[in-house]
Design a protein around this ligand. Structure first.
Ligand code: GLN
Length: 321
């Protein structure tokens, strides 16, 4: 991105930030104390380009648990290791039509999770990340990948992990359902394997990041898999493309279709209030952190930042033809 164009873009982000700062609509996630008690009015935006230009405003450096925004990258790691053919025998690539944790709409008729962006699909794809090594080693590989994406290692939110684990009955249920249909890659002789798969997912959701770090990870996707700070290839171009495709149709929970109409760009949100949007044409990513959520579980300000940027710069791929 040319320097002057980036400066213009950054100024627009600054204006949108100021415009949305007074907006206190929406409610923080209520299901665990760390999210329920999070300062609700935090607001930060971070932009990162493929060539490493950055812009940050507000709470762009404030930490939060990554939650569902880990999912596209867990899918990428599974793709890198097993290839798309094998991965998609375990996880589908269709919209689920349900919420991220819906027990009835998450799996297709064969018991396969509909896509990697819902909880069932994320548990299934994580079961394909270094499945044959010991679990702490598997988690280390995930952390190392994140360190390469962001240019620094992620943190870990222990309180969130403990609470996710204590309240994660639905996710354990989904893992059990998949195992019952032979749709979870696991040691068939280990009866606790589904529980362990769910626990690995809770750990990955509990990694601590900030908007600036996530923007670098998003810029890696915008850059065909090459990390902006190090110039290191983290994912193949094919993997980056597949990840953006699924974000494009299923990244924003059950408002994904509406988001596609209004914004039209690949994005992923997490219940901690983060929204990572990738601008493939501009080779950049914009990440908002603002914990108050709408009905679908997406950050209210986060969605609005995406809408306003797309509107201002005519970025909707189908509405600027
Ligand atoms: N960790 C939570 C769950 O698994 C929420 C993930 C998310 O961001 N939707 O239910």
């Amino acid at each position: 991105v040319p320097r002057t164009e980036f400066q213009e873009f950054s100024r627009a982000v600054e204006e949108i930030y100021a415009d949305l700062l007074p907006d206190r609509s929406g409610e923080v996630a209520q299901y665990i104390p760390t999210l329920k008690n999070a300062p609700p009015d935090r607001f930060g935006i971070a932009v990162c380009t493929a060539d490493g230009q950055t812009f940050q405003i507000g709470d762009a450096g404030a930490g939060f648990s990554i939650q569902s925004t880990s999912k596209p990258f867990s899918y990428a790691m599974a793709l890198e290791q097993f290839g798309a053919g094998e991965v998609h025998t375990w996880v589908g690539q269709e919209q689920s039509g349900g919420t991220f944790n819906d027990p009835t709409l998450s799996l297709d008729a064969a018991g396969k999770p509909q896509n990697p962006m819902i909880n069932a699909g994320a548990i299934a794809t994580l079961a394909l990340v270094e499945p044959d090594v010991e679990v702490s080693e598997r988690f280390a590989r995930v952390e190392q990948t994140w360190a390469r994406l962001m240019g620094r290692p992620p943190g870990f939110d222990h309180r969130t992990f403990l609470a996710e684990r204590d309240t994660g009955h639905g996710n354990r249920g989904l893992a059990n359902l998949m195992a019952a249909r032979d749709m979870l890659r696991m040691d068939p002789k280990d009866r606790d394997a589904p529980q362990k798969a769910a626990e690995f997912y809770f750990a990955v959701c509990s990694m601590q990041v900030d908007a600036a770090g996530l923007a670098a990870a998003g810029a890696t996707l915008a850059n065909g898999g090459v990390a902006p700070y190090s110039g290191e290839r983290v994912f193949s171009q094919e993997t980056a493309g597949r990840v953006l495709s699924v974000m494009g149709h299923s990244g924003m929970y059950n408002d994904s279709g509406k988001f596609s109409d209004q914004v039209g760009l690949p994005a992923k949100s997490g219940v901690s209030g983060n929204v990572m949007m990738v601008l493939p044409d501009k080779r950049m990513a914009v990440v908002t952190f603002s914990p108050r959520l709408d009905e679908a579980g997406n950050s209210v300000r986060g969605v609005e930042v995406c809408r306003q940027l797309v509107e201002k710069f005519g970025l909707h791929p189908y509405k600027s033809l």
